[in-house]
Design a protein around this ligand. Structure first.
Ligand code: ATP
Ligand code: MG
Length: 115
């Protein structure tokens, strides 16, 4: 960020992601969650309830999502849609979709004809 938005001068933020994703045990050890909270969330996933994970930038949404997705039955197909595709799942039943910028190839012929 640069002035005038950055009042005290230019500000550069570098985010580095660890090579090893945090686990449920890590979240418990960091006291992000209590065992009861984790069990409640695990039960909600097992019961196939809809869950919204929201929060500020870098607050741990994807980390929690990755932990909770570990509770999804292996019999279930997982499809992720996000940009960038940083949800991690090594399951054979997991598929990732990512949004991309539209190209002339992706536009419908009728849409490009009106340009
Ligand atoms: N409970 C936690 N304890 C310590 N570090 C954490 C915890 N949760 C996440 N982190 C770390 O914080 C950083 C951001 O986490 P994460 O990518 O999950 O956040 P996010 O909310 O998904 O970010 P974004 O808004 O960019 O999508 C990562 O380096 C992650 O390892
Ligand atoms: Mg995220």
């Amino acid at each position: 960020m640069i002035p005038p938005l950055a009042v005290d001068g230019p500000l550069l933020s570098i985010r580095r992601f660890g090579s090893t994703p945090l686990t449920a045990d890590d979240l418990l050890r960091h006291r992000t969650l209590t065992p009861q909270m984790l069990e409640t969330l695990r039960s909600a996933v097992r019961a196939r309830l809809n869950i919204v994970i929201s929060g500020g930038t870098g607050s741990g949404k994807t980390t929690l999502l990755n932990v909770l997705s570990g509770y999804i039955s292996n019999a279930e197909r997982i499809v992720t849609m996000r940009t960038p595709p940083n949800c991690r799942s090594s399951r054979s039943t997991s598929r990732a979709w990512s949004a991309v910028r539209p190209t002339w190839r992706a536009r419908a012929p009728s849409a490009s004809a009106s340009w």
